[in-house]
Design a protein around this ligand. Structure first.
Ligand code: ADP
Ligand code: MG
Length: 266
């Protein structure tokens, strides 16, 4: 509804951070569900061979299931591998199977290897509002494909001591992609995750990140919340598993902020 207005044109967002365990997958899944539950048509693309986003959305991704690997390497149309997500009518998920583990190497010798995902998304025959791409914890060709396909990067930052370490490497890569492959790319959104309000450290990290990135940082901060970490084992997002939890309400608020900011450059 009006609380999460649909964008005037499709937004492709890559959720990236080469650090593992910072909340990329959790953020992708919960923002996608929040947006879809409020009238947006959303596609999640699982670009991590571990397939955690597929697991979190309860989408089959065992060996042999047509997945994003088939799209990137075998030219299978995205729509043929996009699966419905139980209970969330506006949401599709393109799963990742273990096959994807080989793609990083196989892509090297493929024609237009950095543009495979861009082309697949462009050929998608249905309209949608958001594509959220869950990146692997590396800066290889899979992440490059995500950065070339997107106009926006969403960087989740975990509120811990080493939070900003390694971020320069990610930002350098984003600038390289912007300079050579995708001039439309921009870091549009920073989301602070796993915030523990009892520690002074979390507060210091938050101040650091806000000083550094200004209004790219969402006002909503995701707290460390056990319901968030329990939800995937029930094949659910926290949005449906426990909508009243602080995890769910904060992801709802983050999704709303993202929606209200609208399409970049509009
Ligand atoms: P990444 O995709 O960056 O590797 P994940 O989203 O998989 O990170 O999160 C890493 C771990 O932290 C997972 O076990 C996840 O359930 C847990 N987690 C993520 N966000 C929260 C949160 N807000 N509160 C509690 N646990 C969380
Ligand atoms: Mg992940």
């Amino acid at each position: 509804g009006v609380e999460m207005p649909r964008p005037t044109r499709r937004r492709v967002m890559s959720v990236a951070n080469q650090k593992g365990g910072v909340g990329k997958t959790t953020t992708t899944v919960n923002l996608a569900v929040a947006l879809a539950l409020h009238g947006n048509r959303v596609i999640v693309i699982d670009l991590d061979p571990q397939g955690n986003a597929s697991t979190g959305l309860n989408v089959p991704h065992h060996a042999g299931v047509p997945d994003i690997y088939s799209v990137l390497i075998e030219n299978v149309p995205l729509i043929e591998v996009a699966q419905a997500v139980d209970g969330i009518p506006n949401l599709r998920c393109v799963p990742a199977t273990i096959d994807l583990a080989g793609a990083e190497i196989e892509l090297v010798s493929v024609v237009a290897r950095e543009q495979r995902l861009t082309r697949a998304i462009a050929a998608y025959p249905e309209e949608f509002d958001y594509v959220l791409i869950d990146c692997p914890p590396s800066l290889g060709l899979l992440t490059v494909n995500a950065l070339v396909a997107a106009e926006e990067v969403l960087i989740p930052i975990q509120c811990e001591y080493y939070a900003l370490e390694g971020l320069n490497q990610l930002l350098n890569n984003i600038n390289l992609v912007k300079a050579h492959l995708n001039p439309h790319l921009d870091v549009s959104t920073i989301l602070l995750t796993m915030y523990d309000r009892r520690t002074r450290l979390a507060d210091a990290v938050e101040q650091d990140v806000r000083n550094h990135f200004g209004d790219k940082v969402l006002r909503s901060v995701i707290p460390r919340n056990v319901r968030v970490s329990e939800a995937p084992s029930y094949g659910q997002s926290v949005m449906t598993y426990d909508p009243a939890s602080r995890g769910a309400t904060s992801y709802y608020e983050a999704a709303q902020e993202i929606a209200l900011r609208g399409v970049k450059n509009d």
